[in-house]
Design a protein around this ligand. Structure first.
Ligand code: ADP
Length: 264
């Protein structure tokens, strides 16, 4: 039978060793098999995610080719839907590139003294645009402004958490962005009054392409890679990602940074 999660599969080699002696070398190969299975899953997922929008676009192109007399209105509608699918493929490819850059980057991350207050003001403005008046957004920043980190990466991590809060919170909901300190450690949190997450899903949220509700994620423009990206950026900053959530009530995603990142 194929290896299961907790099995240990040994590859065994006997090597001649002196007279009448054999040296036994054994190795656990389950780990390698597991990595290979993950790689296969990943390729299958990416192919599937790209094929769906491609099929839609293809269908519209063929329809338009078959209907030379199509009305302007219908043509416009078809183009709009094609543009939507193209944007979806674009965000998927862009998230994949970000993730692969984060995973393959062997060079030490470049770090600067960042003005987090200024950065969060930018993120807050982006959030206002994305929410387009559908939510009440608040920004609180009692924490110290200066930390050591990579601006680009933190912008991406904070932005991903905020866009999730916006996408999984129904109209009229509230979202609080907060930069504070906990036992002198800098913490960034996004609290929303959205749909929440059932406890059994929480440990898997940062897996690539893991979604609680596939169709809701797709409808709102999710790629399924956002939290995988956040997790990598957190690791590179020695930060911890915490998730507190209650179904139907809302979620809080928190990044806890080490004290050494504070610039005194
Ligand atoms: P997606 O692009 O699907 O949002 P993510 O990796 O960002 O992918 O998130 C993974 C899943 O975690 C989402 O599909 C969603 O089910 C859940 N999730 C993330 N953030 C929230 C949130 N603020 N509220 C409720 N569910 C969330």
């Amino acid at each position: 039978r194929p290896a299961r999660h907790h099995d240990m599969v040994l590859s065994i080699k006997l090597i001649p060793y002196g007279e009448n002696k054999r040296l036994l070398i054994s190795r656990d190969i389950t780990q390698m098999e597991r990595i290979e299975a993950m790689r296969r899953d990943f390729v299958a997922n990416v192919s599937h995610e790209l094929r769906t929008p491609l099929t839609v676009v293809n269908g519209f192109v063929e329809n338009l080719q078959d209907m030379p007399d199509i009305s302007k209105d219908n043509a416009r509608r078809a183009l709009q839907l094609m543009a939507e699918q193209t944007r979806r493929m674009e965000s998927l490819v862009s998230d994949l590139l970000t993730l692969s850059r984060l995973e393959n980057d062997q060079t030490p991350m470049s770090e600067d003294e960042l003005d987090i207050h200024a950065l969060l003001n930018e993120i807050y403005q982006d959030g206002q645009l994305l929410s387009a008046g559908r939510h009440t957004l608040r920004l609180e920043m009692p924490g110290k402004a200066k930390v050591l980190g990579n601006r680009e990466e933190l912008r991406s991590a904070f932005g991903n958490l905020l866009s999730n809060a916006i996408r999984y919170t129904p109209e009229g909901g509230e979202i609080l962005l907060r930069w504070a300190e906990r036992n002198e450690q800098p913490v960034f949190s996004v609290q929303d009054s959205g749909i929440g997450i059932a406890p059994q899903h929480i440990p898997r949220l940062t897996e690539r392409f893991y979604r609680v509700d596939r169709s809701r994620s797709r409808e709102t423009g999710g790629t399924g890679l956002g939290l995988a990206i956040v997790k990598h950026i957190a690791m590179r900053h020695q930060a911890k990602l915490e998730v507190l959530s209650e179904e139907g009530k809302g979620s809080t995603f928190t990044l806890v940074f080490p004290i050494k990142r504070v610039v005194r």
